[in-house]
Design a binder for this molecule. Structure first.
Ligand code: AMP
Length: 500
């Protein structure tokens, strides 16, 4: 089943329901949403895109970016969203790996992207909006407002989400139409979504949280969304009275708490606040409940599996936990030998279910390594299940840093730092940060006689990396703490530099 069929059935049964209200006061009905998706799909067709081809989109969040996504689903093209923060060096890898037919970019990056795709086989670049007559928006306007939903097989890939890679190379997680359909059905039922809901959508749309969870929960039931192109505390405060649900990363909630207008009265129409993508401090949970009268529902998911667990809608929402496995999803905790551990014992989190992705693109061996012989997926997270089957995530076995909801793998930054003149070696790790959850922190050891300037290193990294990956602080040290096996002891570094 094509995921878009769920939206199509709403388009047919509730064509005049409001799908989107944008910050520019634009209102899009379901009927109109489908017309936009059709026009974009036909414009892509005319550009030579065929079912199964990859379409990379590295564009700011906007209504056209949503139409493009829906068009790809509808026409059976594989959508590949990329964070706008990625620079040329990073894009080269995505283009080589995804082998896209089309790279949709913004006006200001068109020349840079055109040059990159020139080196690729049979790929062209197109601007999404901002170049009247030549951009995708203009091309779409010349096409019919009706197109068919292409039928797909359940294992056909709908979206490739690039995750950060421990070796500095991102892996393309292939998510199928079946993954998307099964996950949204469970979530809308569990979280009681209906056509009467209005979701406040301020999340980015290059990541599972904003792209799948937020969009799909709304559009598959005929609900509405208040579409904000970025997180802006004042805009959110203005819109909260119109919303029934809000989804956010923990940083959203800490920022809302810093605004004195956040009150129970302001949140009177909201029935549900959801948080995920990174751990939420229990202090934030408690303060938010005092100020808004709402207990945030925390859930856990990842690019490779969509949503995995959730605190209950009606039952007890346990602070510090990410709730119970979703219906149809199995979660087990195992030791280093993939043997299930007793309840209450910390171990590796493994999962199984219709939400689990197909594998990493072009990485069959890596994919095989990430699954056990009996087909459980190794999430890379460490956790513990309590007697009531609530999961607590206690750490990330892969040393991932999550800053403001974005993932940063230390190894990628370390490799680049080590290449800088005068740097002998480095260690990158996360330290607690009141706003971002975690901040990227680095220590560097200079080569003999070299004098290192931490601020200069930060500037050098800014040119090579997306800004959220650049360390907030770099300290020069004489040596790295290592254990008997020669492994750098990051926990010692974290302790030593927390509060710096
Ligand atoms: P991503 O693939 O970018 O969605 O990142 C997935 C990772 O985010 C997971 O493997 C977890 O480590 C982390 N994560 C997601 N939700 C939560 C949560 N509620 N609490 C703690 N960590 C989370």
């Amino acid at each position: 089943m094509n995921f878009y069929s769920l939206i199509e059935s709403i388009v047919k049964s509730k064509p005049t329901n409001i799908a989107i209200k944008s910050s520019a006061e634009q209102v899009i009905l379901y009927r109109e949403l489908d017309q936009h998706a059709s026009r974009y799909a036909l414009a892509l067709d005319a550009l030579g895109v065929c079912p199964g081809d990859r379409v990379i989109a590295q564009v700011d969040k906007s209504l056209p970016s949503l139409f493009l996504y829906l068009a790809c689903l509808k026409a059976g093209y594989i959508f590949v969203p990329l964070n706008t923060a990625y620079k040329s060096k990073e894009l080269t890898h995505f283009i080589a790996d995804a082998e896209p037919k089309l790279f949709v970019t913004s006006c200001d990056r068109y020349d840079e992207v055109s040059e990159l795709v020139m080196a690729a086989n049979d790929c062209s670049a197109v601007i999404l909006v901002g170049d009247p007559g030549r951009d995708l928006l203009g091309l779409a306007a010349g096409h019919s407002s009706s197109s068919v939903v292409r039928s797909v097989k359940s294992d056909d890939v709908a979206v490739i989400i690039y995750t950060s890679g421990t070796t500095g190379r991102s892996k393309g997680a292939m998510v199928t139409h079946h993954n998307l359909v099964s996950n949204v059905k469970v979530l809308t039922s569990l979280w009681h979504f209906s056509e009467h809901d209005t979701l406040l959508h301020a999340l980015p749309v290059f990541h599972v949280h904003g792209l799948f969870v937020a969009n799909h929960c709304v559009l598959s039931v005929g609900a509405s969304m208040l579409w904000l192109e970025r997180f802006d505390v004042d805009a959110i405060i203005d819109l909260i009275p119109e919303a029934t649900v809000m989804m956010g990363v923990p940083t959203f909630y800490t920022r809302l708490l810093s605004n004195e207008k956040l009150t129970t009265e302001l949140c009177r129409n909201v029935r549900l606040f959801i948080s995920g993508s990174a751990p939420m401090l229990s202090e934030t949970h408690e303060l938010f409940e005092q100020r808004s009268g709402h207990r945030i529902l925390e859930r856990y998911g990842m690019s490779e599996a969509g949503m995995i667990t959730s605190n209950p809608y009606d039952g007890e929402r346990k602070v510090g936990t990410v709730g119970m496995p979703l219906p149809s999803v199995s979660v087990r905790i195992v030791d280093d030998f993939d043997i299930s551990t007793a309840k209450g014992t910390t171990g590796h989190i493994q999962i199984k279910g219709p939400n689990v992705f197909l594998g990493y693109r072009n990485m069959p061996e890596r994919t095989q390594d990430e699954f056990t012989d009996d087909a459980w997926f190794r999430t890379g997270d460490l956790g513990v299940l309590d007697a009531d089957n609530y999961l607590t995530i206690v750490g990330r076995s892969k040393d991932l840093i999550i800053t403001g909801g974005y993932n940063v793998y230390p190894k990628e930054i370390e490799l680049i730092l080590d290449d800088e003149p005068g740097v002998l070696e480095s260690a990158v790790f996360g330290v607690k940060h009141p706003d971002f959850g975690e901040a990227v922190f680095a220590v560097v050891v200079p080569s003999t006689k070299a004098e290192l300037d931490p601020e200069g290193l930060i500037e050098a990294l800014k040119i090579k990396l997306a800004s959220y990956k650049v360390p907030k602080i770099i300290r020069v040290v004489t040596q790295l703490p290592r254990n008997a096996m020669g492994k750098v002891q990051k926990s010692l570094l974290r302790d030593a530099h927390t509060g710096d």
